[in-house]
Design a protein around this ligand. Sequence first.
Ligand code: SF4
Length: 58
Amino acid sequence: MKAYVDQDTCIGCGMCAGIAADVFRINDEGKAEAYAEGDDSAVQEAIDSCPVAAISEA
Ligand code: SF4
């Protein structure tokens, strides 16, 4: 699954990168970005775990 992170909403907590480091990383602005497609269940877990609901399916 491909994911999208809303840069204005993300608070840079790092949770998504902790759950799926092969999909999400924290960029130079301190926000998460999805840099690769990942396993559906891992991406879904990140979507469900984000405290500000900044991640959506791309
Ligand atoms: S879990 Fe949500 S708020 Fe935290 S870094 Fe990822 S996208 Fe940003």
